[in-house]
Design a protein around this ligand. Structure first.
Ligand code: GTP
Ligand code: MG
Length: 634
């Protein structure tokens, strides 16, 4: 007989995620929540945006992985932030800082499984953007209460009232229930650590935010008498204890030293001992003897535990449903370095086995990455949410000593009722009016449809398009160049639609090295007349390596290693630095966007080189011949 479910709550904890479009100020707000809760000593030197702790996060200035922290907040008898006098009690607020870039949307989805409510941050000037829509949709689908935070109200171009209206519009658009639309609003300047309930009255600290948060975000609920259920929502590792599983305790209590049932993804259930148990306090993980339902914990001692699995009571274990996230929409091939320079740049991880192991590790910790076999034993198909996500993976791996060959990004299609469908993105663009024509043209050739255009009367227009994800590969570079860096662009997976037909984007062809050697200044000086170069004098080149792009109708095989006749060696270097200032070093992301179907990247700890898949010029010609014949047959 089923026991009647009695839901209880524990009022001493709140679990919230902060979600938003990229750069709207999430991590900055977390800084100040930590600071004002007294998480740091007065003299402690804490980095700005302290939660962005990965090297790549600091370099790129964006959050890549969702991370949790916690603050303790004192409340007086009136239920409001304690003012330093009279009785008080303490709340623990677990905060999940999530990334706002669309490519890392899987992190947000995972983060939402740990919390009981969200702070939806919206920039007071930019308003809701594609990722705001995505994260809000996910939060509403999980029925999480939303507290709206309008941030950056200090911006001179803030348009608070309109932005709030836009957010209401977004809720309606997403079919939110009346209860969901009835959200409280707090206005903040995250960078100054202030919040106010009335935008006309400047705030002095974050107390108004905490007051609303503690009232509005519900305490964790659990079933009275239910056995342990802790859902693994994230993984971490330290050299001392090995793999660490971050879990949300949904029901029951977990104790250090206790034996529990590890309910694995494959359905197997295995007893394991909890050798180490931690809870998060500010930026530290501190040992705990036990943790009750509602807490977010970290557990060590289970080397093979994975995201989505459950730690349950030893007797009568009940696994929780696995975490489902959106499907990946973009794929690249990733294989061992097959260029003639393999191993030359000092990579330490060169074999297919090491590569495969590393990719397997990635799929464990990263719910939105998938690895599939390819038709070659030393190459795999890696699927993810976007170019940046895949580039971050490749960048991380090269820093670990891997050398790789990375193929051209391709969209992940699917077949429904025998028809091919492709992912469509919702694209939002904000540009000065003068560029409207350029943008419309750029997107026209990419088979987009404009769905909305708003002119705020500020000299800028906001346009929205639905466009095949395919059409956006390589779009970002072109957009930045064509709008001279003044445009804002963001996009996000929207839906699958029937294949939209051919898209031809990059109009240029490649300039190819026809032999191995070192590029000479003399050769490059001549070659730069014919296009844009990607290499500098002294760079190693090999046959089939792409050294630049040209506007000519066909790829060009050239000799970048040509020596000047030894008549005059005087001041050659001086001459070159003056005249060769125009070569362009492509970043990993730019290079990924740049390559064509028959090209790929060689990535080593030292360099990103663009190359033809088939390096030998004769072989390339032969294959082209075969291809064009087959095209004629079609
Ligand atoms: N003017 C102004 N700028 C702010 C405010 N809050 C944050 N910023 C700035 O906005 C930029 C982005 O801040 P982040 O905290 O990294 O934004 P984020 O939402 O965490 O970004 P992602 O995690 O990459 O999505 C930084 O340059 C901040 O200094 C604010 O209240 N006013
Ligand atoms: Mg951030």
């Amino acid at each position: 007989m089923e026991a009647k479910t009695v839901l209880k709550t524990r009022d001493d904890i709140r679990n919230v995620a902060i979600i938003a479009h990229v750069d709207h100020g999430k991590t900055t707000l977390v800084d100040w929540m930590l600071r004002q809760s007294g998480a740091f000593r007065a003299n402690q030197n804490v980095a700005e945006r302290v939660m962005d702790s990965l090297d790549l996060e600091r370099e790129k200035g964006i959050t890549i992985l969702a991370k949790n922290t916690s603050v303790r907040w004192r409340v007086g008898e009136d239920g409001l932030s304690w003012r330093g006098e009279g009785p008080s009690h303490e709340f623990k607020v677990n905060i999940i800082d999530t990334p706002g870039h669309a490519d890392f949307g899987g992190e947000v989805e995972r983060g939402l499984t740990m919390v009981d409510g969200v702070l939806l941050l919206v920039d007071a000037s930019e308003g809701p953007l594609p990722q705001t829509r995505f994260v809000l949709r996910k939060a509403l689908a999980r029925n999480l209460p939303v507290l709206l935070v309008i941030n950056k109200i200090d911006r001179t171009d803030a348009r608070i009232k309109e932005v709030v209206d836009d957010v209401y519009g977004l809720f309606l658009d997403l079919d939110a229930t009346d209860r969901q639309i009835d959200f409280p609003i707090v206005y903040t300047v995250a960078r100054a650590g202030t919040a106010t309930l009335d935008p006309a009255v400047p705030g002095t600290d974050l107390r108004p935010l905490f007051d609303v948060l503690l009232k509005y975000i519900p305490p964790p609920a659990y079933e009275e008498g239910h056995g342990l259920q802790a859902l693994v929502t994230n993984l971490d590792a330290t050299p001392f204890v090995g793999r660490i599983a971050l879990c949300r305790v949904m029901n029951g209590t977990i104790r250090k030293g206790q034996t529990v049932s590890w309910c694995r993804r494959d359905g197997e259930i295995q007893p394991v001992k909890i050798t180490e148990l931690y809870v998060t306090e500010a930026l530290d993980r501190v040992p705990a003897a036990e943790a009750r339902a509602g807490e977010i914990i970290a557990v060590a001692g289970i080397p093979e535990i994975n995201i989505g699995e459950t730690l349950a009571a030893e007797l009568d274990p009940k696994p929780l449903p696995v975490i489902n996230v959106d499907e990946p929409s973009l794929a690249v091939t990733l294989g061992i370095n097959t260029s003639p320079m393999a191993g030359v740049d000092g990579g330490t991880k060169l074999t297919a086995r090491l590569l495969k192991n590393r990719l397997d590790v990635e799929t464990l910790g990263n719910v939105s990455i998938r690895v599939l076999p390819s038709d070659r034993p030393d190459m795999w198909i890696v699927q993810g949410r976007g170019e940046l996500q895949l580039a971050v993976l490749v960048e991380t791996m090269r820093r670990e000593g891997f050398e790789m060959t990375v193929g051209k990004p391709e969209v992940v299609t699917r077949t429904v009722d025998g028809k091919v469908q492709e992912p469509m993105e919702l694209l939002s663009i904000d540009v000065p009016e003068a560029y409207m024509g350029v943008i419309t043209q750029m997107l026209g050739i990419r088979r987009s449809k404009m769905t909305q255009m708003v002119n705020h009367g500020s000299g800028r227009v906001r346009m929205e398009f639905v466009v095949p994800a395919r059409g956006l590969i390589g779009f970002h570079n072109a957009f930045m160049i064509d709008t001279r860096g003044t445009g804002l662009v963001s996009h996000n997976f929207d839906h699958y639609a029937p294949w939209q037909g051919d898209i031809h984007t990059r109009p240029t062809r490649s300039m190819l090295a026809d032999r191995s050697g070192a590029a000479t200044g003399y050769a490059l000086l001549n070659l730069q007349e014919r296009g844009t170069l990607f290499i500098a004098p002294g760079d190693p080149v090999y046959e089939g390596m792409v050294i630049g792009e040209t506007g000519r109708p066909n790829d060009m095989d050239v000799n970048p290693a040509k020596e000047k006749k030894q008549t005059n060696v005087r001041s050659e270097t001086h001459e070159l630095t003056v005249k060769l200032s125009s070569y362009r070093r492509l970043s990993l992301e730019e290079a990924l966007e740049f390559i064509k179907d028959d090209e790929c990247l060689e990535v080593t700890p030292k360099a990103v080189r663009i190359r033809k898949v088939v390096l030998n010029a004769h072989e390339r010609e032969r294959r082209r011949g075969v291809k064009s014949v087959r095209d004629d047959d079609d």
